[in-house]
Design a protein around this ligand. Structure first.
Ligand SMILES: Cc1cc2nc3c(=O)[nH]c(=O)nc-3n(C[C@H](O)[C@H](O)[C@H](O)COP(=O)(O)OP(=O)(O)OC[C@H]3O[C@@H](n4cnc5c(N)ncnc54)[C@H](O)[C@@H]3O)c2cc1C
Length: 362
């Protein structure tokens, strides 16, 4: 909201001085406000939004812009981290730059390789964190090194006829558009207010510094949660399935306010994106648009057995578990004999407490 007011003010000021201002929406394929319901409002549910989005796109297919002229080097700005109560030493760790190569050609090649080789299997593979089944282009989209329009163009070039229109991968890019359109339509979301205050008013967030600390460090004793958090801390990225699992764990099983988790993610994610992160956290804690109902609580063990059946992902981030038989790797408290922690909660008790709490408030 403030950014939009800022841009408008800059343009008005420049125009008064005789400078012509032109605005471009490079951050999205379709600008906010152009995908609306029959009544002209914003969609509150994703599926009808995505249908309407496709129709709007087909009516006014945007042409890719040409190559920009060479830019001058910009100077970097140091930012001072705020103390939000998470372990201070986690701030010091530099990311391994090898995970995220830079340079226009390299980044573009990553996109082309994905659409040419992996996009066809995306639907089947995207939920399995041990596989390299997703594009990993989110950091480049987040900083504007790639545009979503480039992604769609690349997909169209690789697809026959209108196959691309039904692509599951495109659908995910439309989720990104959905969350940004929502943010513009509902400016109160920028103030970290929930999309569904009537749901949040039924939830009592708990003061749980020990639980939050264990979650941040990846030391909860729940292997899939801990492996995911170690992946985040080491690479700045986390697989989407696991973002949902760890967000559900923090908000529903530990009872910690989603805003703390969202802030921790924004601090550590290399693809930190205000709208998508906000949307993801509000979805996981059931207070967002088109969110999971509150009673749907992810069971970390079942998620692990289903989406990391060989326990490969877990063992790659928690090497102590490589010595544990695959079936037992998924269990809370697995690998205690090798130095892994005991589970900080009992899943069934925590689940019941979350549901009782929520229902009592209603
Ligand atoms: C709690 C939570 C927090 C999240 N925080 C962020 C964030 O800060 N930044 C961010 O870019 N994404 C966020 N996501 C969405 C998603 O997890 C990532 O976009 C995805 O994992 C990036 O990996 P990828 O590039 O391989 O994605 P792919 O699966 O290859 O998808 C392609 C692109 O589509 C977009 N996309 C995919 N899934 C989603 C989604 N669920 N919501 C919105 N856009 C999506 C991304 O731009 C992604 O790069 C979050 C999800 C959750 C549940």
């Amino acid at each position: 909201m403030n950014e939009r007011i800022r841009d408008k003010t800059v343009c008005q000021t420049l125009e008064k001085q005789g400078v012509r201002c032109l605005g471009y929406h490079g951050e999205l394929i379709i600008a906010p406000g152009q995908v609306v319901t029959g009544q002209g409002g914003m969609f509150k549910v994703f599926t009808p939004f995505s249908r309407a989005w496709r129709q709007v796109y087909l009516k006014q297919v945007p042409e890719p812009l040409g190559m920009p002229s060479k830019q001058s080097n910009s100077s970097s700005v140091e930012t001072v981290p705020e103390d939000l109560g998470w372990p201070a030493e986690l701030e010091q760790k530099p990311l391994n730059a090898a995970h995220w190569p830079v340079g226009q050609d390299t980044i573009h090649q990553r996109l082309i390789d994905f659409v040419a080789e992996k996009e066809k299997d995306y639907k089947q593979q995207r939920d399995f964190p041990a596989l390299s089944g997703t594009s990993k282009i989110s950091p480049y989209l987040a900083i504007g090194a790639l545009s979503p329009l480039q992604c769609l163009q690349a997909l169209k070039v690789e697809s026959s006829d209108q196959e691309w229109l039904a692509s599951t991968w495109l659908n995910e890019i439309i989720w990104r558009e959905f969350y940004r359109h929502l943010l513009v339509a509902c400016p109160n979301l920028s103030r970290l207010e929930p999309f569904r205050p009537e749901v949040e008013s039924r939830i009592t967030w708990r003061h749980n510094p020990e639980g939050f600390d264990a979650w941040c460090r990846g030391e909860t004793g729940f292997p899939i949660v801990d492996a995911a958090m170690k992946q985040l801390l080491a690479t700045g990225w986390m697989h989407n399935r696991l973002r949902m699992v760890v967000a559900s764990f923090l908000t529903k099983l530990l009872g910690v306010d989603w805003r703390l988790g969202a802030a921790f993610f924004m601090r550590h994610l290399i693809d930190g994106d205000f709208a998508s992160n906000l949307g993801g956290w509000q979805w996981a804690s059931s207070v967002g648009a088109d969110a999971a109902p509150y009673f749907r609580i992810f069971n970390p063990q079942l998620q692990s057995e289903k989406f990391d059946p060989d326990g490969k992902f877990i063992a790659s981030w928690l090497p102590q578990l490589a010595a544990v038989p695959v079936k037992q790797r998924h269990l809370p408290g697995a690998g205690q004999a090798y130095g892994r922690p005991a589970p900080i909660i009992d899943y069934k008790t925590a689940r019941k407490a979350a549901l009782d709490d929520y229902q009592q408030q209603g």
